[in-house]
Design a binder for this molecule. Structure first.
Ligand SMILES: [Zn+2]
Ligand SMILES: [Zn+2]
Ligand SMILES: [Zn+2]
Length: 276
């Protein structure tokens, strides 16, 4: 299996689209792994998590054929994760795809309602999208994957929206995708006890800031790893990767790497590929 990190940033990108802070200035100067676009991952070209506003840039940068993506999992409606208007361009005359190119989208009631109102209820867009409303702690099948949506510690401005993280069981591996989240609620910790993970991908938005509500930072990530180890939820050769960084966290790629190296945690960057 191959996991491609298409983007690894929090909401406004890094450098922030309008930001003049010290860390955005440094990123503009140093470039490379310090330039971060909005977060998404692609697994084996067919499975994608989130649909950020930088999706078109990702298509160009990595030479992706988005028509080949069959399963799209949406974590929540924050703009950096969900840019649904672009989905309109999956219809004719904007897109001419091979026969039978259906895109299955899995999301909460909120996500399904937004896509439905914007696209599916309009008769002029035939996007060949199949919507699947899913619920926390209710597993479902997506192609060769079994997927378990779990409850994150994260809120949007939409009342009652359930923000998901996901567990993917694919090719005999278990992946915990923990972005965006703060410290998990107790019911999620209880649920995680049913698994043993090969790969953990975890939110590190806050960097060196101390908060762990809504998002994690370095201290929060260390605590999550410690708890997963104490509860014996990690396989022997596990990989632990942090992503979704904000300039407000105050640490550039090399500084993050220095901090996380001693804990054997990898720091994601745009274009990082993980093969297992
Ligand atoms: Zn986010
Ligand atoms: Zn900035
Ligand atoms: Zn969010």
């Amino acid at each position: 299996m191959e996991i491609l990190f298409l983007g690894t940033c929090a909401a406004e990108g890094w450098p922030g689209i309008f930001c003049e802070c010290e860390y955005c200035k440094k990123a503009r100067k140093l470039k490379g792994k310090n330039i971060r676009t909005r977060s998404s991952i692609l697994i084996d070209k067919k499975y994608k998590v989130d649909f950020p506003p930088d999706t078109y840039l990702h298509v160009l940068k990595y030479g992706i054929n988005l028509a080949e993506v069959e399963h799209l999992f949406i974590t929540h409606s924050h703009r950096d994760h969900f840019s649904p208007t672009e989905l309109i361009f999956r219809s004719k005359p904007f897109a001419h795809m091979k026969e039978g190119r259906v895109l299955n989208i899995y999301g909460s009631k909120t996500i399904c309602e937004i896509i439905s109102d914007l696209i599916l209820k309009k008769t002029n867009y035939n996007t060949l999208i199949k919507l699947h409303q899913v619920k926390v702690f209710n597993e479902f099948k997506a192609g060769e994957m079994v997927v378990f949506p779990i409850l994150a510690d994260h809120k949007t401005e939409i009342e009652d929206e359930e923000c998901f993280n996901f567990i993917f069981n694919y090719k005999n591996k278990f992946i915990l995708f923990g972005c965006d989240t703060g410290w998990y609620p107790e019911e999620t910790w209880q649920y995680l006890k049913n698994f043993k993970f090969d790969i953990i991908i975890m939110d590190c938005t806050n960097g060196k800031l101390p908060y762990e509500k809504g998002h994690l930072g370095i201290e929060g990530v260390f605590k999550v790893k410690k708890k997963l180890m104490e509860e014996n939820l990690l396989k022997e050769n596990f990989k632990f990767i942090v992503t979704h960084f904000s300039h407000n966290g105050g640490l550039l790629y090399s500084e993050l790497q220095e901090i996380f190296r001693k804990e054997k945690i990898e720091v994601a960057y745009d274009g990082k590929i993980v093969k297992i």
